[in-house]
Design a protein around this ligand. Sequence first.
Ligand SMILES: C[S@@+](CC[C@H](N)C(=O)[O-])C[C@H]1O[C@@H](n2cnc3c(N)ncnc32)[C@H](O)[C@@H]1O
Length: 183
Amino acid sequence: MENYTSVLKRLEKTAKEYTNIAPENGQFLSILIQSIKAQNVLEVGTSNGYSTIWLAAALKETGGKLITLEFDPKRAEEAQGHLREAGLDHIVEVRIGNALDEIPKCDTTFDLVFLDAEKDEYRRYLELALPSIRSGGLIVADDTVTMRDEMPDYVEFVFNTPMLHSVDIPLDDGVILSYKVGS
Ligand SMILES: C[S@@+](CC[C@H](N)C(=O)[O-])C[C@H]1O[C@@H](n2cnc3c(N)ncnc32)[C@H](O)[C@@H]1O
């Protein structure tokens, strides 16, 4: 079993091909998870598991668990392999399927949801996940600066729904961090 940081370093060489998040976004997610002591996290869009390793390594510290959703079986299998190499596979359930079908099947209350799949589906992912996010839970959406024109409905929703307090953060390709108030 390799240390997870060496697996991350190796995967950074193919980050463009697998459209992985930047290391600073991984660090950002890790800080959020550890500061809220998250126990249950949902990731939408696994790819080869780069961001999944960041999330799982943080959840190892909090004693939490991760469900990650990917509809490409080949990528899901690669992610599972990388998680095994990183010694984090016991923390993560990789579910193969369309997030639009899989999110409603998650019988879990989430402390944090990370969105990084189809940009024009972000709003639907969030609307499906929202009832399962605890009051005080966080939503992080990636690529919100560079691909903002593909997610106008998401941006409108997170900045105009009273139950969500949201902020744009210009970290790498941009993230919107939202905080759920009330239930
Ligand atoms: C930007 S990549 C994810 C990158 C990953 N979060 C990382 O940083 O390592 C998006 C992934 O979402 C997957 N995807 C896109 N739409 C999906 C959907 N509706 N359900 C499940 N997976 C989806 C794609 O196959 C792709 O692997």
